[in-house]
Design a protein around this ligand. Sequence first.
Ligand code: DX5
Ligand code: ZN
Length: 227
Amino acid sequence: MFKIIRIAPSIIATNWQDREELSKTLRVLEKAGCQILHLDVMDGKFVKNKTFNEELVDYVKGQTTMLLDVHLMVQNPDSEVDKYIKAGADILTVHYENTKDLPRVLERIKSKNVLAGVAINPKTPAIKLKDILQANLVDVVNVMGVEPGACGQTFIPGSAEKIAEVREMSRNVFIEIDGGVNIKNAKVLRKLGTNILVSGNTIFSSKNIRKTVRALKGKLLFREGDL
Ligand code: DX5
Ligand code: ZN
């Protein structure tokens, strides 16, 4: 099993609406050693909340060297992907639940030299991804640890088992866990074969972002209350 582990902070847990503050946040994350930034696009239709669109992705692209991991929580992903490829996504993830022609969309993303991701909601079994994994159509599987739509929710325990199930089906896919990740559950999530841990609340509500990123990576022992 390959052991790459990256921490991808999710900017919806920040004051991303303020561009000046967002730029400062990006500097802090780069200094903390983050190489991937998670961008949650919500349209207020597929999920209740609304965040940003390709315009912000394009802005962030010009502001950072981190890879942009764009998670599309939108009603019609099939017709939306091109905009985000153009805006500079490095990983572009659509949801299994609402993508009409998943193989076609994944092929489209890959043809533009962008990593193609598929996200599964807590209620969607991992086995549903078997065919596309076998066909090598997917680069990143995003296992949702919470119902999509908001940061700061509690991790749904059954999601952890799905990491091992995905790893069983594919040895080469990157596995990302998204939602409810904290310092305590990060250890087992890493052990099960996760490569990318997305984190909103845990990182941005901590006193020391650098230390929290290292702790999520398993590079720093911590005492309760330290972070
Ligand atoms: C939920 C989003 C997550 C979220 C993670 O719909 O996909 O990326 O921002 O935030 P935390 O880590 O606070 O659960
Ligand atoms: Zn996300």
